[in-house]
Design a protein around this ligand. Structure first.
Ligand code: DON
Length: 568
């Protein structure tokens, strides 16, 4: 009897805490005049704020946040991974930086297939062969050189301090380290850093110090990219590769270059969106979906009504079918991008939409032109300053703790981004995404991504910045955050708290956040033929919104996970 009562009490507490969290977020978020940072970790947001308060601009602060996340959010924040940046400068320039990982030069198309040509998915996820050549350090140095105002040594100070002096683990930091302990123990370098010497679990309140990482960060701070891609760090990476059967060479490291790319631009109501082009799929999918939503008069439906969600799902279904077939690294595969974004093409693509019937995904293929995850291992952050500079960065190791391989003596984890390639056409990757030729493995090629850093302007002024974690759900969640603001005029906290759905063509399932949608909405969607599946949470996002009139900004981080808004 007492056990039943205890269970009931725990359930009640769970729902009360969920309710409190959600209500706290839904209230009016705080407004800031001078600058704001939203990221997946409190220490990292505070690192960004520290740099803003020292007189740095949003790019200086963003670089500080990225390096701090490598220390305080080791499962996703990184120097051994990669990502994308979208930025807007005070004088109206918009640019995007691709610092996505690349396949090593010795990678081969069938490197994850066995003799029977079966996909051995472990190999692309865990251990030496899982890693692409990291892009983060080159990305940060490149962005700082072009748009920053402070020296690398200065913006890296908070990260170095957090590694050297350590930081106090929260419950969630400790839980995250403990949950990966078994896999991390498989590798000596990871054991050294992430397993307590006495073998016990981490607890909230423990101080977590990372001396080797501090030294690596100092080499980067004093030598820039050479402090990572060559010299001691470069040698340590290659030695680790030899130890764990990896194939990244010194030459691969030296050759890594991040790339400035033209943003994908879309207009929606009185907003202009600037999004990441391939090898991210975020921009193409979001632009396609916004266009198809327009064709279906989405603005006539109320938020999250069955008819609204049906339209969203049908647009997503068609767009993900295109994504999986047509998108990859544009430097290796000719993507028919103009055609994919063409209004007539998209209007034709959605012309078979039935307002009362879901289209079966097996009857939807890519267009002709001439298990879903519930943990969040990617991370995103935004920084805005009082000069009109806005930076949105989506960055990752891919899976939680990447390949689980830590570079011995250098103290940082390597990514398992190779799993984002399509290792065998038709075979799903860890996100259930099924790829094609456009995203096959080739030496030096970047793997297709769903990370979707996005900035939207209204009347030429910043209005929204956002991105998130959650593989393909990043795209759908950022899109829903934006629609909540643009269509439903929500504030940052409301927009992020509203319940979400996800559809990615295959599997042919409409995922809904289980706790929040009403039974009759879901029943109506089922009556239209959707295979509705309730799951825990969909994506983990961080956004900044701007009030053009008051010139104030506010931020929100998902109550679905940890995150922190710091501003002044
Ligand atoms: O680039 C991508 O799309 C993936 N590597 C993102 C991975 C991710 O979001 C994992 N977290 N949930």
């Amino acid at each position: 009897m007492s056990r039943i009562l205890l269970t009931l009490l725990l359930c009640a507490l769970f729902f009360i805490s969920q309710y409190d969290l959600t209500m706290a977020q839904v209230s009016q978020p705080e407004n800031y005049e001078n600058g704001v940072v939203t990221s997946g970790d409190r220490y990292a947001s505070e690192a960004g704020l520290e740099i803003l308060q020292k007189g740095g601009n949003a790019v200086d602060a963003a670089v500080a946040v990225q390096f701090a996340l490598a220390v305080t959010l080791p499962r996703a924040g990184n120097i051994g991974g990669g990502g994308f940046m979208v930025l807007h400068t005070g004088d109206g320039e918009i640019n995007t930086l691709d610092f996505r990982e690349k396949a090593p030069s010795r990678a081969t198309r069938d490197m994850y297939l066995d003799d029977e040509r079966e996909f051995i998915s472990e190999k692309s996820k865990i251990g030496g062969l899982a890693s692409g050549v990291p892009g983060t350090v080159d990305g940060m140095v490149t962005a700082l050189e072009r748009y920053g105002t402070l020296a690398l040594e200065i913006v890296m100070e908070p990260a170095i301090r957090l590694a050297e002096e350590g930081y106090i683990l929260s419950h969630s930091h400790a839980r995250s380290l403990n949950s990966a302990a078994d896999q991390l123990r498989e590798f000596d370098g990871s054991t050294e850093v992430f397993i307590k010497p006495d073998g016990t679990s981490w607890k909230a309140g423990d101080r977590f110090i990372q001396n080797d990482l501090a030294e690596t960060l100092k080499r980067i701070a004093s030598m820039g990219r050479r402090g990572f891609y060559s010299g001691l760090t470069g040698r340590l990476i290659v030695e680790e590769m030899n130890r764990v059967g990896g194939i990244i060479t010194l030459r691969d490291l030296r050759d890594y270059k991040s790339i400035w790319r033209e943003p994908i631009k879309a207009e929606y109501l009185d907003y202009e969106l600037f999004m990441m082009p391939p090898p991210s799929s975020g921009g193409v999918v979001m632009k396609q979906v916004l266009n198809m939503l327009g064709e279906m008069d989405i603005d006539k439906y109320s938020l999250n009504s069955a008819d609204y969600l049906h339209r969203l799902a049908e647009a997503l279904r068609r767009s993900f079918a295109d994504r999986n077939y047509w998108l990859g690294d544009p430097d290796f595969f000719k993507i028919p991008i103009a055609e994919l974004l063409d209004e007539n093409y998209l209007s034709n693509r959605i012309s078979d939409f039935n307002p009362e019937m879901a289209t079966a995904s097996d009857s939807v293929s890519h267009g002709h032109v001439n298990s879903l995850l519930e943990s969040y291992e990617t991370t995103h952050f935004n920084v805005a300053d009082r000069y009109g500079n806005v930076v949105a960065v989506n960055t990752t190791l891919n899976g939680s703790f990447g390949s689980f391989v830590t570079v011995t003596g250098a103290g940082f984890l390597l990514n398992n981004e190779m799993d984002d390639f399509s290792a065998k056409p038709g075979e799903p990757n860890m996100f259930g995404l099924i790829g094609a030729e456009a995203n096959s493995i080739e030496p030096g090629k970047r793997m297709l991504s769903s990370m979707s850093p996005t900035i939207a302007l209204k009347n030429g002024q910043p209005a929204f910045a956002g991105g998130g974690a959650g593989g393909p759900t990043i795209i759908t969640a950022v899109l829903q955050n934006f629609l909540n603001i643009a269509l439903f005029e929500m504030n940052a906290a409301q927009a992020i708290a509203a319940p979400r759905i996800h559809h990615q063509w295959l599997p042919d399932v409409l995922f809904v956040e289980g706790l929040y949608f009403s039974e009759d909405t879901l029943e109506k969607l089922e009556s239209y033929g959707h295979q509705v599946q309730r799951i825990g949470n969909i994506a983990l996002t961080h956004i900044i919104t701007f009030d053009n009139k008051s010139e104030m900004m506010s931020g929100a981080s998902d109550s679905r996970g940890d995150g922190y808004v710091a501003g002044y």
